[in-house]
Design a binder for this molecule. Structure first.
Ligand code: ACO
Length: 362
């Protein structure tokens, strides 16, 4: 039995393929470099949902429908938002999304995909004592998210950077959150329930919760002054280095390269450029330390390392990084939920009982 279901094939999918030895990600027949920076998030949503809704429009109308969905989410949930702020920003977003109807229509799907991009800026503004800003239904999805966060229209470069990020993380095979989503979808509980399962799984630091800790690590190393000794110390104490390692990739995560290039484009001579230069040194030190500590493993940089730098440059606080991940991954979750439902089969594996048996009375 594989403890973490390693190498178990639990679904057939047309949505994405992760080639762990080749370091390639394919999304519906397109390689990641073909999509990232070239297709908008709305176009990729259209690509992922294609065939799963009878009334799916073309990509131009889909972008407009996604904008409309942002407005609907805001109108529906705006009155409840202040009461959600007693918990962390990710749980607050998840609680807001739990209030969306558990339907199966395209409108339900688009509201779920739009919701993290609307709720995250609104909750962050409320937390810092500012009024949430309503979406602009005609704006680009990533640009609207940044405007709702910062109150000003973001530069084309930053808008493009966030859009590229959302595309880069939109889907990734049967990762933990997508599997959780498919399990719930297989019970026919509805799209909101399925996406909430994905949200729960994504939160953990071994999955989508890693980029916040990457920033904490970079800050700690900057304060310490010696990357290699700080990293070695972590390993000696049994800690994992955030932003490195992957269950499937044995080579570099291709998403890391895409996001590193995006951060470099944003960087220049300013703070982001300095941060990138420092992060590159830490990355090299971490790869050296991991190679020495675990020579039998190939532990490489994963998507979360450069995600952290990109989202920091975009102005998101570290505790909201996983929210932004969810804003991209929501499209994949919805598509996988629909795909799972088409099989009509409940996911119900077996466990092997290893506990004591009751005494048998003769
Ligand atoms: N730092 C230190 N050691 C590591 C790391 C790491 N980042 N990654 C793997 N290892 C070690 C484990 O401790 C384990 O060692 P052991 O066999 O001596 O006990 C061994 O390598 C396990 O290797 P794998 O089977 O390749 O990794 P696994 O599938 O168990 O873990 C995971 C994958 C959870 C992502 C892991 O690499 C990790 O914890 N990374 C840090 C957190 C992180 O970056 N998460 C984001 C992942 S990307 C994503 O989900 C979007």
């Amino acid at each position: 039995m594989a403890n973490g279901l390693d190498d178990v094939v639990a679904a057939e999918t047309v949505l994405s393929d992760v080639d762990g030895l080749g370091g390639r990600l394919t999304i519906r027949g397109h390689s990641l470099p073909e999509l990232a920076g070239r297709w908008s998030y709305a176009q990729v949503v259209q690509l992922l949902l294609d065939g799963f809704f009878d009334d799916l429009p073309g990509d131009v109308e889909l972008a407009a429908r996604l904008g409309q969905a942002r407005s609907e989410v805001f109108e529906r949930l705006r009155p409840m938002l202040p009461s959600l702020l007693s918990v962390d920003i990710y749980s607050a977003m998840r609680a807001g999304m739990a209030l969306l109807p558990d339907g199966e229509t395209l409108a339900d799907a688009l509201r779920l995909i739009a919701a993290p991009a609307v709720l995250t800026p609104a909750l962050l503004r409320l937390r810092r004592g500012e009024q949430p800003l309503a979406p602009d239904a005609r704006a680009d999805h990533a640009g609207d998210m940044l405007r709702m966060l910062n109150g000003t229209v973001a530069s084309p470069a930053l808008t493009k950077a966030l859009d590229t990020y959302l595309v880069t993380v939109c889907d990734h095979g049967l990762n933990a959150s997508t599997f959780a989503t498919r399990v719930v979808a297989s019970t026919q509980a509805g799209l909101t329930s399925a996406v909430l399962a994905g949200l729960g799984a994504l939160k953990g630091p071994l999955h989508g919760g890693a980029p916040g800790p990457v920033i904490e690590m970079l800050d700690a190393i900057a304060a310490h002054g010696d990357a290699a000794s700080w990293l070695r110390d972590e390993i000696v104490h049994g800690e994992r280095i955030m932003g490195f390692g992957h269950r499937i990739y044995r080579v570099r995560d291709p998403r890391a390269d895409v996001l590193k290039a995006v951060v470099r484009q944003l960087g220049g001579e300013g703070d982001t450029g300095n941060r990138l230069a420092f992060a590159e040194k830490v990355e090299q030190a971490a790869l050296d330390v991991l190679r020495a500590a675990k020579p039998e493993r190939s532990i490489q940089t994963n998507v979360e390392f450069y995600t952290a730098l990109l989202l920091e440059a975009a102005g998101f606080p570290t505790d909201a990084f996983s929210n932004v991940f969810a804003a991209g991954r929501a499209a994949g979750w919805v598509a996988h939920a629909r795909e799972q439902q088409t099989t009509g089969r409940l996911i119900r594996p077996q466990s092997r009982y290893v506990g004591p048996m009751p005494d048998l009375v003769a």
